[in-house]
Design a binder for this molecule. Sequence first.
Ligand code: NAD
Length: 369
Amino acid sequence: MTAQHSLMILPGDGIGPEVMAEVRKVINWLENNKNISFTIQEDLIGGAAIEAHGTSLSTETLEKCRTVDTILLGAVGGTQWADVDYAIRPEAGLLKLRKELDLFANLRPAIVFDALANASTLKTDIVKGLDILIVRELTGGIYFGEPRGIEDLGNGERRGINTQVYTSSEIRRVGRIAFELAKKRQNRVCSCEKSNVMESGKLWREDITALHDAEYGDVELSHMYADNCAMQLLRDPKQFDVIVTDNLFGDILSDEAAMLTGSLGMLPSASLGAPGTPGLYEPVHGSAPDIAGQNKANPLATILSFAMALRYSLEQTHLADLIEDAVQDVLSQGQRTPDIMAPGCTEISTGAMGDALIGVLDLSMANAA
Ligand code: NAD
């Protein structure tokens, strides 16, 4: 039977539409070769939406997003909107989408493809084969806690205030996502906080432990202070499977882990909410105005984001594996967009990278026949 899924595509600005065109090739290939079919809507977000509707995310687009199985986004932003008011900036549309859909868990995989292992700043043997997943709490913690602000103390001094605050339910819902994901991977979760110096960290550790004991005793759980985790990510990153942590520590640790892999053009991400709500899948990179319109952008981060959607929202694990393996193969063949170009490899365009991937997928079908 053909699996049927609904998909909202939001290409956005800059290189967004270029990289999304390559995802479309992969979607078409799946529809033509596998038992899967997509009902696709495409809409505007970011600067493109400002130009058309005067707002970076219209109410109509948001409402359509609520009704689909999953959402795929390119990137938003650009120099032409740099002076626009913060409230209607291209980036505001993306923040609004995440907030309205209550996407509280941000998934950032750090995978080192064999062919790119020497692009990392770390020694090849430290990163080769790396496959870790950071689950960052995205809608709570110190970025949102009250009170916040800058106070004038009246004596020439000022005081800046932010508040780290978490409730048990906020901790448990992101913890549950981490445990569930670990079950589909190597079954190990490392929870990171600063329970040695922060009450919110103590609560975090207690609630993650209680959740583990009550519902996920079959998953291996360890705890680590976030500063130690930052160090361990550089010393021996392969010790980790899933790392779950709060908004602030996750912001820092996920960027650190991403850089182990060497290239922005290769990094996918997902933001998930409660079960039954659509996930948002997007590359980590932005709209890259410096290369937009030049057919130079690496589409693999967006294609890998689509693979994540297949894995985490659409329960199509084997198709996600198929796409990730095809990416591995294309890179092994030495086909490279300029951002990941290396000596002895062939430099190709955005479109040619998409075509090369389709070529590998065709070959996999022919070999399986
Ligand atoms: P950026 O990620 O757009 O670009 C940083 C550098 O990486 C640039 O040199 C760019 O050419 C390169 N790069 C990025 N993606 C690439 C790809 N797929 N292939 C090859 N090279 C790639 O970050 P920036 O320059 O700081 O921001 C540009 C705009 O994007 C800004 O308006 C910013 O606000 C926005 N932005 C959006 C998102 C998002 O949509 N999620 C994320 C980050 C930045």
